[in-house]
Design a protein around this ligand. Structure first.
Ligand code: B16
Ligand code: MG
Length: 213
């Protein structure tokens, strides 16, 4: 039975979370709210609009629909400015080794990201051509923890969900993988990512001998 791998982007392939944080913090300051790193943990894997709703709750602020959309746009402009100099050197430790193993073993590989900027970031870091399928926020109607992102990725790979292994750094993403009937590998701690079958610090720690071929 053919098995495949689905990778999350932010926090698994590269640390774009830091740039999301800086952009959200700048916006939150306009609401007189000091966004903390602990707050940012809650935003991992969460869609852009859901992130803004969460921040507005923290800041106890309401916006008109027009202002909401305008602030989403401004946050993204700041984010794009911050990531514009990213390159192949900006992948997380172990990423080149992991991708080399996946290619050598001919394992079907998909991306399942909540980011609408996924294609751009993958292009910057030079990994866009390593994937057999890419699913980002523009292709789904329900974000993580809903399994739609990963189910769509499995479908594009033509692999049954139960034969897909999902690598995720967010609690919402691990929940999405489990809800889709997939195996979740946590990039992070067991405390932060319950439900994952194993927990790694980065992709380089993955033992391919444990992967069914
Ligand atoms: P964008 P992932 C997620 O990426 C990030 O973890 C999350 O912080 C961000 O809000 C979301 O993408 C949307 O990103 O504003 O670029 O559309 O971890 O699912 O790869
Ligand atoms: Mg992530």
């Amino acid at each position: 039975m053919k098995h495949g791998i689905i990778l999350d982007l932010d926090g698994v392939i590269c640390d774009t979370a830091h740039f999301h944080f800086l952009a959200w913090q700048r916006l939150a300051a306009e609401y007189d709210y000091n966004l903390t790193h602990a707050d940012n943990e809650q935003l991992k894997g969460v869609s852009r609009a859901d992130s803004l709703t969460f921040i507005l709750g923290l800041a106890n602020k309401t916006l008109s629909e027009e202002q909401f959309l305008s602030d989403l746009h401004r946050k993204n402009e700041w984010y794009l400015e911050l990531v514009k100099d990213m390159g192949p050197k900006d992948v997380l430790p172990g990423v080149p080794t992991f991708f080399a193993e996946v290619a050598a073993r001919k394992i079907p590989l998909a991306l399942g990201s909540a980011s609408k900027n996924a294609n751009m970031v993958l292009t910057r870091v030079g990994l866009i051509h390593a994937f057999d399928a890419i699913v980002d926020a523009s292709q789904v109607s329900q974000g993580k923890p809903h399994p739609e992102t990963f189910l769509k990725a499995a479908e594009l790979l033509n692999i049954a969900p139960e034969n897909c292994w999902v690598f995720e750094d967010s609690a919402a993403g691990v929940q999405a993988a489990l809800a889709g009937g997939m195996t979740a590998i946590g990039i992070g701690t067991a405390e932060d990512l319950p439900g994952a079958i194993s927990h790694l610090r980065n992709l380089g720690e993955f033992d391919f001998n444990t992967f069914p071929m």
